[in-house]
Design a protein around this ligand. Sequence first.
Ligand code: AMP
Ligand code: ZN
Length: 464
Amino acid sequence: MKIYNTLTRRVETFVPHENGIVRMYTCGPTVYHYAHIGNLRTYIFEDILEKGLKYLGYEVKRVMNITDVGHLTSDSDTGEDKMIKGAKREGKSVYEIADFYTNAFFNDCSKLNIKKPNIVEPASHHIDTYIEMITKMLQDGYAYLSNNNVYFDVSKAKDYYQLSGKNPEDLMVGVRDTVEEDKAKRNPADFVLWFTDSKFKNQDMRWDSPWGLGYPGWHIECSGISGKYLGEYLDIHCGGIDNIFPHHTNEIAQSEAYFGHKWCNYWVHGEHLNDQTGKMSKSNGEFLTVSLLEEKGYDPLSYRYFCLSSHYRKVLVFSYEALDQAESAYKKLKARISKLDRTPNLHEDKIDYYQTQFKEAISNDLNTASMLTLVYDVLKDDELTDFTKLYLIDHFDQVLSLNLIEEEKEIDNELKEYVLLKIEERNQAKKDKNYDLADSIRDELLGKGVRLVDSKEGTTYEIM
Ligand code: AMP
Ligand code: ZN
């Protein structure tokens, strides 16, 4: 497989440490709010990467953390704690917030057919691991205690700027973040490993440590959890591009200081989903969540299809027009597949050919658009029997996860008549420009498990 490696800024041939086994770590969500669909674009790309590697024959051991402690709103150590912000907003405890939004996150993932990684660990469950790592880094001179906080000394790290390609000057505090310089640090880029004396003295999540009652910095959780479950040699580490600096840069510094050797060979980052104003946000503009898309009548998998149509390393701009187009293409594709004859009649001649092409699309830096094109190529190929087409599409869908082949669902006659009547009533309402009535009919049918699909040819329905 060939994949773009942020560390070397090149597309490289992937070679894991252990033959046939991939140790993969992906940064999990900060569970202070719902994930927006931008965050979920990153998890879709990571899901495809994991499933693509499996399709190529690798065994993938994948670990993800849940950030429920220590993530600040700013990259500097003086930002606000996101979890405390969430708890204040909702008048709940930090633990309640973490629980609620962790469930909400996996709920969204399941609607988008994003598989849960083998191991998912909340950061707050591994405090002993971080304390052990920090103690060793202090002993070895990579970390220092100042003003009751423990900092990592970036001047001790080997090639601290390699991943980000930044210069130390870019990182001057004050210039970058317009925040006050932390006088306790030796170098402006030093970061906190353990907070004892922070401005969040009264927060719920605090633990005893050799340095006093406190809590870990954000970055140490990923080094700790990854090392604990995947060992000291990692093959692939993923995240969105905003994670390159400071988070992943600091993970490398800590892990390599702790293990005493190079830690992870491939760093794979997904580009962002932007809205039309630029960066997607949970606080400004429309807060785009999977539930919001559903309320508007979209199938979450249309959003997955939308993401797969573009390459993970390209910025993707969200608009409802673009999503409409994706949904229409996706529904048409599924409609075509549903018409294929399911009578068993497998012709093996071209199966190898198409599967090899599919593997090449995966191997070509995860070219999801080519993977989708192959589904259309299979459908168009007159030399294939319908059953062979279904066989191939079913295989490809192990990676694409678009539910391309649905179980055939029956609708009883009474409901069918009712739905057809309602479609007529809705068409009339639209003609009368009574959009409230049209929307309420669509919502009522959704409640009965029937989704209306509008296209140029008129309105049809599907059973969910
Ligand atoms: P967070 O919950 O803020 O820790 O972010 C979760 C994941 O979403 C991280 O891997 C981020 O890199 C990623 N992310 C944040 N914003 C976006 C965006 N607009 N598009 C794609 N991924 C994003
Ligand atoms: Zn992380």
